[in-house]
Design a protein. Structure first.
Length: 488
């Protein structure tokens, strides 16, 4: 199962790519809900609060308290996903603000995590390293902390998602105590160690990754996708910054993906995770780069339109998949029932396991598999359609897709084949249902719920000097970037 799962994850990432010490914040005992144009009912707010708490528990319960490593998927045996660790480090702050855990608990877990990554072996060996040149392998063994399998790449984007949590910790733990000072120092060291320029065999672009033997992945981060955060952090580095033209190179193909799709005109990227990941940490509302200024919208508004378009696609339901509608929608990279071809009244149906599902101008990849994170991780963009979707999915399917850790990763009401499954189970009358959650899908849910409720993660990250520097070097102006950083 693990080999198949991992292989599909790498294929999905490559498939999408080819198509197209710091300041802190004042903390409080409990985050206050931020005002919003959309006013949720008390029942809706209770549902969202419950989902946030359950999703947080996934990170807290699944992590190894000694190393801080968080599994790729849980429950069950799994290797660690360094991206999941980045989401988890941030979720711990949410847990403190919401009263799920104490600040001391979060400090201790964060310290253990940062110590692990600061001390983890960095070298070019096949099996005895956690990383190289400051980057880390996509997946690490939960017990040894070393590269999980020989085909796992040294990943620029997964290292970036890890660093999102590292820099969050640097800015959130702002108190004048020995432990919080140490957190800030460790975070600074981990970030400064990353040699971004080494990951540029085809500069000014940044490669997706490297494997031992000196083999860089032949694909670079180019075009609108989750690579946005890669470039912001690479531009903000105080030790190994990439040149300013890197951002221009990354955005150079944006116009090829700009157009109208299911009622919305926006910069398209088919799976929703590409619109979510960078924005879980960075508040793009009101700040614009050169491309934004030419198209008169910011990246937050672009992601809002992408969310609206996803819902419109589900309403139209061109593939005639079971269950799709105004309040049941959401395509993104997720688990699936497996690789099967099935004959139906609508012709041959092709299903997949883990896949970068999505619908956009760039491509449509849809097999009827719905991932709640596609909607849940977009709550800050369009709460007026996301909250009814979360409500409907829970009411209709909750007995099988909602558990102690929130929503399972995915489900497919169109799949009813009685066969041996690599993941999930078949539920009579419903279809295929996953039995686990994935860290990279849980992360956007808990972080974006809190951003919708209180702007919390965004407020913390606005104070981080490396984030600000990276955005400014990319050419962003306006909004909060024009305002001075006030003391916590």
């Amino acid at each position: 199962m693990a080999l198949h799962h991992l292989f599909h994850r790498f294929k999905s990432t490559l498939f999408v790519a080819l198509l197209v010490v710091g300041a802190g914040v004042q903390t409080s005992a409990l985050a206050k809900d931020a005002p919003s144009r959309f006013v949720a009912s008390p029942q809706q707010r209770a549902l969202v609060a419950d989902l946030e708490h359950r999703t947080f528990r996934w990170f807290w319960d699944s992590a190894d308290p000694k190393t801080g490593l968080i599994p790729d998927h849980y429950p069950g045996e799994s290797f660690s996903s360094i991206a999941a660790v980045g989401f988890g480090l941030t979720a711990y702050g949410v847990g403190v603000e919401r009263g799920y855990i104490t600040r001391e608990q979060a400090v201790d877990r964060t310290l253990a995590t940062l110590h692990f990554f600061k001390d983890a072996p960095q070298n070019d060996s096949e099996d005895d390293a956690s990383g190289f040149h400051g980057f880390f392998y996509h997946f690490l063994d939960m017990k040894t902390g070393h590269r999980a399998m020989r085909y796992v790449e040294l990943s620029s984007v997964d290292t970036t998602l890890l660093l999102g949590g590292v820099l969050f910790a640097q800015s959130y733990y702002d108190r004048d105590t020995p432990k919080e000072k140490e957190i800030r120092q460790l975070a600074d060291t981990i970030y400064r160690n990353v040699d971004w320029t080494w990951m540029q065999p085809r500069a000014p672009l940044i490669s997706m990754g490297w494997t031992p033997g000196g083999k860089f992945i032949p694909a670079d981060w180019k075009g609108y996708n989750e690579g946005m955060l890669v470039y912001v952090l690479a531009l903000g580095s105080p030790t190994h910054p990439v040149s300013a033209d890197a951002w221009k190179a990354w955005t150079s193909t944006n116009d090829l993906s700009w157009g109208r799709f299911y009622g919305q005109t926006f910069l398209t990227f088919a799976p929703m995770f590409g619109h979510q990941y960078s924005q879980t940490w960075i508040d793009f509302r009101g700040i614009r780069d050169d491309w934004n200024r030419r198209h008169n919208l910011d990246y937050f508004e672009n992601s809002r339109r992408a969310t609206l378009s996803q819902r419109n696609y589900a309403i139209a339901n061109p593939g005639k998949w079971t269950g799709y509608g105004a309040n049941v929608w959401g395509l993104t990279a997720s688990n699936g029932p497996g690789d099967f071809k099935v004959q139906s009244v609508d012709g041959e149906r092709e299903f997949e396991g883990y896949s970068a599902r999505g619908a956009g101008l760039d491509y449509i990849r849809d097999d009827g598999t719905l991932a709640p994170t596609a909607a849940g991780g977009s709550i800050a963009f369009a709460p007026e359609i996301v909250i009814p979707a979360l409500t409907e999915m829970k009411q209709r399917y909750g007995k099988y897709i909602y558990n102690e850790y929130g929503f399972v990763d995915a489900f497919n009401p169109s799949f009813h084949v009685h066969t041996r499954l690599r993941t999930g189970k078949l539920v009579p009358g419903l279809g295929w249902v996953d039995t686990e959650e994935l860290g990279i899908d849980q992360g956007p849910i808990v972080l974006m719920i809190e951003n919708w409720r209180s702007d919390f993660v965004w407020r913390v990250m606005r104070r981080n000097p490396y984030i600000r520097k990276g955005l400014q070097r990319a050419g962003f102006t306006g909004g909060w970037l024009e305002q001075p950083v006030t003391p916590p």
